[in-house]
Design a protein around this ligand. Structure first.
Ligand code: GTP
Ligand code: MG
Length: 195
């Protein structure tokens, strides 16, 4: 989709604040600092609409972006961020878990993995959890501009093995810098949401 209109409609901390238009939703999950907000900006053709930061933990609410009045992107707070308190982390966890398991409009989840490294324990737990609930998932290996193209095969196999990727979970190499993978991600989103 060629996006012209986008608007952050809600930074939600509880269910009552989620939008109620019924449009399909795609959520972005991944470790703090992995590049969720940066990928959002590339997909919507904006420079820094979703606030990015080199400091992890920037995004702390469920952020609903109205995309072309057709669907929502939902930027989810990053997991594995140590600096928030234990209580805060538990609250995030509950909010995210509730959203991902109970939200009728949710059509799929894009899980971002740092393409430079093998998946972490947190990444593996998140993926296994999504698989358990049979939530349609796309894996995006990001920051791929930092990986030599001669190592792409290695990256793919490290992620495939590390996560024990199911045959029905696609994996796309992405860079917010070069925009590599943008079209493939959009293709998946359109397929899941029917927009
Ligand atoms: P939280 O909101 O804290 O969960 O982080 P996030 O996942 O939204 O990460 P964000 O998009 O803010 O990016 C974190 C840092 O990584 C920023 O300094 C970005 O510029 C950088 N970054 C994100 N994507 C890429 C990429 O594809 N390539 C490179 N080289 N840097 C990237
Ligand atoms: Mg963010």
């Amino acid at each position: 989709m060629d996006v012209h209109e986008v608007e952050l409609v809600m930074s939600a901390v509880k269910e009552a604040q989620y939008p109620d238009t019924g449009w399909p939703e795609v959520a972005f999950v991944g470790r703090s600092n992995v590049g969720k907000s940066s990928m959002t900006n590339v997909l919507i053709n904006r420079k820094n609409y979703a606030h990015t930061s080199s400091q992890p933990g920037k995004t702390q609410t469920l952020n609903f972006y109205d995309v072309e009045h057709k669907l929502y992107f939902v930027d989810v707070p990053g997991y594995g961020y140590a600096k928030v308190s234990k209580k805060q982390r538990e609250q995030f966890g509950q909010m995210i878990e509730h959203y991902l398991t109970q939200r009728d409009q949710l059509r799929g989840v894009i899980q971002l993995i740092d393409g430079r490294h093998a998946p972490t324990e947190d990444d593996i737990m998140m993926y296994q959890w999504l698989a358990y609930y049979q939530i349609p998932t796309l894996i995006v290996a990001t920051k791929i501009d930092k990986v030599k193209s001669s190592s792409y095969t290695k990256t793919i196999s490290a992620i495939t093995k590390g996560l024990q990727l199911q045959a029905n979970t696609p994996l796309i190499l992405f860079s917010a810098k070069t925009k590599r993978g943008k079209q493939e991600i959009w293709d998946w989103i359109e397929q899941q949401t029917g927009v």
